[in-house]
Structures are given as structure tokens and as C-alpha cells.
Design a protein around this ligand. Structure first.
Ligand SMILES: [Zn+2]
Length: 323
């Protein structure tokens, strides 16, 4: 049984132009995100800036080694990589962290771990939950369409992740600590329905739709917080995305890899993929960026990849499904 249950960050809905931080602040950001919102975040007292460009602890450690300021607060302004790096850096510096997402592109703003690339796979290392999350829905609405609501993939992945979890239960493949829990499964299905319902509005930048997508992401993360492993939300669709990086290279938006992963894996699971495909499309997730021959190679490689990296059991492990 898990011995620590994380909470969600304290969240405020506030225009970035009204954010006031007088304390010396370390800003962690990316150039495109900062260019988009620096005119609004004039209330920050920035004494240093770091711009992570890779998701590895070596890179984040190098950034830290160049850091000499005496900031007493950390702000993360940007997307998932920025949030993951900031959670790591704020932990190392033991400073409070505020995240200001510029798009609802992933669930990393809400979680207690940072995803890093290690030996050809994605590993989640415990870091910290951001202390505060500031949501400016106008900023998110004006984010580039393909990333604005791309975090929907981390809710739609319930469709394939939960299927895997149940499948693993039927096959006797859930180890201690990952046992199938039917009420958690049912809760996850209702969150999945919420995401399908708000997809169109969130995708076009409607404020209520984006708020609903945030709610779905928050509920999905807290559900996983309660049970420990991310099994209700992470399965073969994420394994596909991790494996895909071996062929496509790193640095791809999460949604561009997980989105196709959801459809391909749901199809192999025998699910009706139509509602997922519609939700991904209306959220502007590019579904055809991975070249078809690369998709074939990823699928062929996937069962061995899952075993090599000891990923929790799912349809992606099933060699016989390969055609
Ligand atoms: Zn994800």
C-alpha cells in the first residue's frame, strides 16, 4: 500500500496581468511561452531565468550549476517540460513553486513527479506538487491550437489505460500494489466521458470548455494520487508514445505521440475508436505526424520494448496482436 497521498496544487483563476510577486523570483520558462505572456506577467520580480530544453536530470542539473541567485520563489511559465523541470529545480532548491501554464498541454502542472528520459524510456521521478497553479483561461485560449487543449490526451488515455488495467487483471498480470479496483475504474470512465463532452469547446478555446478540461485533468490526477500507480490513466497508448520517441527523436509534443497511440491501441483492444478520434480532432491534436512506416516499426517493436522496460502489462505487450 502507498504511504503518501499527494494533493492537487492550490489553484486560482486569475489574469496573469494581476499576478503580483514582490519576492525575488527564479523564472523557469521557454522562449515561445515567455514571449507570449511576458507583457502580462509584469508583476513578477524576476532575478534569474532558466530555460530547460530537455527532460533529463543531467540537463536540469547543469542548469542548476549555472544558477547563483538568491531567489526565494520559483515560477514556471510554459508547458509540460517547463513544469517538470521546475518541479525538479524547486525541489533541489527547496523553494515554493508556482506554475503558470500557457496551454493545457499535459497533466504535469498537477502531478507530484517529473517525467524524464532515461535509457530510451520515460521514467517518472518523485519531485513535488506545485504549491500554486495560476490559470488564466484567456492566455490558454490564445495558445497555438495544437497545444491549447492537448492535455486531453492525458484524460482520453483513460480509455486505453483502464482497458489495459482490466485486461491485466483478467490475465493475472497485476502485481501487488497495482490491483484492479472497480470503483476507481468506474470513476475514471466518468472522467473520460467529461473529457469527450468538453473536447469541442476546449479545442476552440471556449473558457468554460477549457475550465471543464482542467477539471477532468485535476480529477484524473487526484484519482491516481489516491491509488498510487497511474494505471487508470497510463497504459499502452503512453508506451506507444515512449517507444515512438526512439524512432521520431525527442522533443515532440506529448499529444502528437499519445493521440495516435490512443487510437492505435484502442483499435487493437477492439474498442469503438470513433468518439476518441472526434475528441482528439476537435482538440486539434495532429494525428498524422508520425510517418506510416515509422508507425509500423513502432508497433512491431512495441512488445519487446514493453518487456525491456518492465512496463505494466497491457495490450502493447501482446505479441500475437501484431499483424
Ligand atoms: Zn501523459
Amino acid at each position: 500500500m502507498i504511504n503518501k497521498i499527494y494533493n492537487l496544487p492550490n489553484t486560482v483563476l486569475l489574469p496573469f496581468s494581476e499576478v503580483e510577486e514582490k519576492q525575488p523570483t527564479l523564472l523557469i520558462t521557454s522562449t515561445p511561452a515567455w514571449v507570449a505572456v511576458k507583457g502580462k506577467l509584469r508583476g513578477l520580480n524576476i532575478v534569474a531565468t532558466l530555460e530547460p530544453i530537455q527532460a533529463t536530470t543531467e540537463h536540469w542539473g547543469e542548469l542548476l550549476s549555472t544558477y547563483t541567485s538568491q531567489a526565494v520563489a520559483v515560477y514556471a511559465v510554459g508547458g509540460g517540460l517547463t513544469a517538470d523541470a521546475a518541479k525538479y529545480i524547486a525541489t533541489r532548491l527547496d523553494l515554493p513553486l508556482t506554475v503558470c501554464p500557457t496551454a493545457l498541454s499535459v497533466d504535469a502542472f498537477l502531478t507530484a513527479a517529473s517525467g524524464i528520459r532515461r535509457e530510451g524510456c520515460v521514467v517518472y521521478i518523485p519531485t513535488r506538487v506545485p504549491d500554486r497553479l495560476i490559470l488564466d483561461l484567456d492566455v490558454i485560449a490564445s495558445a497555438p491550437a495544437p497545444i491549447r487543449a492537448a492535455g486531453i490526451v492525458d484524460v482520453l488515455s483513460i480509455a486505453t489505460g483502464c482497458w489495459d488495467w482490466k485486461f491485466a487483471d483478467e490475465m493475472g498480470q497485476n502485481p501487488a500494489g497495482m490491483e484492479f479496483i472497480s470503483w476507481v475504474y468506474d470513476n475514471a470512465q466518468s472522467i473520460l466521458r467529461g473529457a469527450i463532452d468538453c473536447a469541442e469547446a476546449a479545442g476552440r478555446g471556449d473558457r468554460d470548455g477549457l475550465k471543464s478540461l482542467y477539471d477532468c485533468l485535476a480529477m484524473e490526477v487526484q484519482l491516481c494520487n489516491q491509488v498510487g500507480p497511474a494505471r487508470p490513466e497510463e497504459g499502452s497508448e503512453h508506451y506507444f508514445a515512449y517507444c515512438a520517441e526512439q524512432f521520431t527523436g525527442s522533443g515532440w509534443p506529448h499529444g502528437d505521440l499519445v493521440g495516435p497511440g490512443i487510437l492505435l491501441m484502442a483499435e487493437r483492444q477492439g474498442q469503438d475508436i470513433h468518439p476518441y478520434e472526434v475528441a482528439l480532432k476537435v482538440c486539434n491534436i495532429p494525428l498524422d505526424r508520425i510517418p506510416p512506416d515509422a508507425v509500423r516499426r513502432i508497433i512491431t517493436h512495441l512488445p519487446d520494448y514493453c518487456r525491456k522496460h518492465a512496463l505494466p502489462f497491457g495490450i502493447a505487450h501482446d505479441q500475437e496482436e501484431i499483424v
